[in-house]
Structures are given as C-alpha cells and as structure tokens.
Design a binder for this molecule. Sequence first.
Ligand code: GDP
Ligand code: IMO
Ligand code: MG
Length: 425
Amino acid sequence: MSKVGVVGLQWGDEGKGKVIDLFSGEVDAIARAQGGNNAGHTVIVEGKEYRFHLIPSGILYPHTKCYIGGGTVVDPASLLFEIKGLEKLGVVCANRLFLSGYAHVVMPYHREIDRSEEKAKEGFSVGTTGKGIGPCYADKVNRLGIRLADLGCKDRLRGKLERVRIGRGIELDVDKVAEEYSGYGAELASFIAPVEEKLFEACRGGKKILFEGAQGALLDVTFGTYPFVTSSCTLAGGISPGLGIGPARIDQVVGVAKAYTTRVGNGPFPTELTEDEMRLFPDHTAAREIGVTTGRKRRLGWLDAFLLRHTMMLNGADSIALMKLDVLDDLEEIPICIGYKRRGKMVSHFPISVEDFDDLQPVYETLEGWKAPTSGIRLYDDLPSKAKKYIRYIEQYLAGPALLISVGPQRHQTIWMDRLFEGNR
Ligand code: GDP
Ligand code: IMO
Ligand code: MG
C-alpha cells in the first residue's frame, strides 16, 4: 500500500493538513490534484503553525518531493508568496516543488468576476473564498484559459489574453497583464516540470506517494450540495485526471472527518447547531474553527453520520481519520445524525437538490458525553469508555475502520488505531 489518497468527507477543513503531515515522514512525495488557493491547510510542528494554500503540506519534511498537478488552478502571485514565506522559514522549495505546465492560471479578472458574480447573486450567493477559482475553471472548460505553460512567452501570452478579451467580452489591458504575468512566469520557470512523467516514474519505482485532497466531498462540483460547491472534483476519483496518472495507481483512500461537522459559506447544513446549542460548544477560536483562507467563522453542527456514509461511498474510502474529538470533551450528551425524515417518513437517499433539504429533519441517536479531557491521551485503551463508545458507534454505522483519532492540532496529539505505512505510529 504505497499510494494513498487523503480526502475530506464533509465540507472541507476536516484536518487534511494534519493528516498529510502525520504521514509525510514516511513517504517520498505528496501531490495536489485539484483546487487552488481557496484551500487552507494547517500544520503545527513544535508549536509553530504553518498554513498552506496550494503547496502540499508535506513540504515541511526535507526529504519529500511535492507536486502540483495539471488539474489545479494556480494564482502565481499567491504561490510565489507561499514559496517565499516558506523559504524565509528555512523550508527549501527549489528542486523539491514541481508544477505542471497544464495547470490553469488564476488571472486578475477571475478574482474580479468571482467577487462581482457573488455580489450580483444577492440572497443566493455561494459564499466563495473570492479567489477567482470558479471563473478560472469556467474559462478552462470554455477553452479560454491560460495555462502555466503559456506564461513563458510574452507574445504568446498577449495573443491568448487578446482572445480572452474578445471571447469573454471584458475590458482588459492586455499589455499590462501580459507584462505582469510573464514576469511571474519567469519567477516560476524553475518550478515548472513534467509532473506527469515524474509521477509515472515514481509510481513505477514503487515510491510512496500521498495525494493531498483539497475541500471536501460535499463541495464536489458534481456530487456536492450544488450549486453551493467549489468548481473542481474533490473526490478520490479526481486524483487520477487531476494528476495525469492511471486510476489503478491509487492503492488506498483515507477519508478525513471531524467528530462533528462544519461548513464555511452558504448552502444546506441539516445538523447545524441552534443558537442555544452553540453555547454548549467551545467558542470558534478555542475550537480552531476560523477559516484559514478567509478568516470567516465556520458554521458548526453535530456529526452527520448519514452524510458520512454517503461520502465514504462516493470516495470509496477504506478508512477514516476521525479528527477533533477533543472539541467534544465537555459535552453532557452528543447527538449523532443517523438519517433524515421528511413529512414523518425516513428519507432513503442523501438528497440531490438543495430544495430537498428545506423540509428535512435530522434523526439523532444521542450518546452520553465523556466529560473528561482527551487531548493528552495517546492510546485508545486510555480513552474514557464513553469516548470509545462514540468512536465504535461511528465505525459500526459507517462500516469502516478508524485509522487514527486526532485529539489536538499538534502532531503528537494522535491516537493510532492502525498502521498505514511501516513505522508511522
Ligand atoms: P484542512 O483544510 O482539512 O487541512 O483543515 P484546516 O487546517 O483548514 O482546519 C482544521 C483546523 O483544526 C486547524 O486549525 C487545525 O490545526 C485544527 N485541528 C486539526 N486536528 C485537530 C484536532 O484533533 N483537535 C483540535 N482541537 N484541532 C485540530
Ligand atoms: P480546504 O482544502 C472549506 C468553499 C467556500 C464556498 C465554496 C465555493 O481548506 O478544506 P470557491 O472559492 O472554491 O469557489 O468557494 O467552497 N470552500 C471551502 N470550504 N474548506 C476549503 O478548503 C474550501 N475551499 C472552498 O467557502 O462555500
Ligand atoms: Mg482548510
């Protein structure tokens, strides 16, 4: 089992960054297949907090190679800022970070369109991160995109921008943008590499590779709570087309889920807490539930196991990394959603249309809280019995084993249930 996908099973921010960091010590490479700097992945090492947007979190280990695939969208100024920020902290990116020339470039007009479209959708806006991700992917499928490979030649770039100006019908200072973006192209030139071939060779050579998912299953552009979704495939199935590797290369999929549920941005959220219930939870800062990319407070809710069963299926997840158990430490009782009712009848499938969520009532199984701190515990056997009951209930309901339980943001605040790679516990 040497090539493992790590994907979010909820609406993003499940703790994928921490999980990638936990496994990165044991692997040769980490690759991102989709999304852009809408993602925000947090890693804490020896008390120091690192926030990643596009660069794979595994870059912190000096022996790893990191890849950004053709299915991603790259905002060059933001990426350069991330590279320089890491280099200032002593993390070397040269000869370790490789960008696919196939990746599309987020242009300044994408950010403007993102913000103005959101403004225009008053009352039904998505609540995007405002990073231009949706318009960039839209230009890609409209065949008006600019790719990293285009930034190397100013004349070629100017020609493509002229086509965008006409095709999109927007005002665009072609010369100015061509000048600025070919400058970024020059700065990024040493990072652009045949990522697809490098990954092919790595796979053939039996290297251990992690595929770092961004966002979460219910933000998937096809199977998420459409239209309140992002614009890429966030499922494990998106790894292959996003990196140009064959689907059979992926040996195993780890689904990352919080022990409760959160969402940033708009859209349905059946188990969202009421104002009264919010008071039972630690505040947003203590629970680390403030968005990394936009600084927004995340919406909070009870664990939705019905949703997780659906997203485990969509991802073909083999196991679960259950995160943030410690956040529930003080609760008297903990409801778990095990299905939904509509007009008194149980719903048989996870709803497709957002309108179908309007008259849904979550059905809860309520378990007793353990009312004891867990963040200092390292062994499953040392957990309070009611916490074990909570974990076992989830595993049984999902018919999937927990690979690890996370009880704090730091690397060592982890309870290993099983091994993924030799020696990672
Ligand atoms: P990602 O986007 O999936 O990588 O998740 P984020 O980094 O956006 O959000 C997860 C937040 O929870 C970060 O602030 C992490 O440091 C924090 N975190 C991760 N695991 C745990 C945990 O087990 N307990 C607590 N309290 N915080 C955690
Ligand atoms: P990570 O990788 C949580 C959400 C936005 C919005 C919707 C569309 O950190 O889990 P976009 O800017 O992508 O067009 O916004 O998707 N969103 C995320 N929510 N975590 C993320 O990434 C997200 N990336 C996008 O809040 O609701
Ligand atoms: Mg995040």
